[in-house]
Write a protein that binds this ligand. Sequence first.
Ligand code: TYD
Length: 141
Amino acid sequence: MKNSSVYDCGILPLNKIHNRAGNITIVEGGVNLPFEIQRIYYLYDIPGGEDRGGHAHKELRQLIVAASGSFDVILDDGKVKRTVSLNRPYQGLLIVPGIWRELTNFSSGSVCLVLASMEYDELDYIRDYNNYLNYKGNGSK
Ligand code: TYD
């Protein structure tokens, strides 16, 4: 999505069923998540000071959850940058297509859970920031 903005992304509150034995949060594609889930992956054992992401997707929609610990997601639409801190397993960050993102400030032992709308496709990635700006129509040429 070429004309998407960081303001199209946001926190999706999730349910939390609480009892003495702990909590459970349920995410169902098309029910409390506005897309069907085709793929789940998670980042873990992230060394201190490491950053992830540094790319955009043309079509992929994602929900990013700090399943454990905390980290920051820097969203960038080529014009505006916005940092969202995730630190609660019952909140997800919805990222629409066409947003450059970087993940940073991972706490020790954190787990970044990602629910994704499509199967893995390297052709859906934009990994070069200048290419991204051109894609968004903000390039220098
Ligand atoms: P990448 O999406 O670049 O990681 P991050 O955004 O977390 O820094 O993926 C890292 C590597 O893993 C890259 O070589 C592609 C591979 N990969 C898959 O094969 N399938 C997947 O579903 C994902 C997310 C990544």
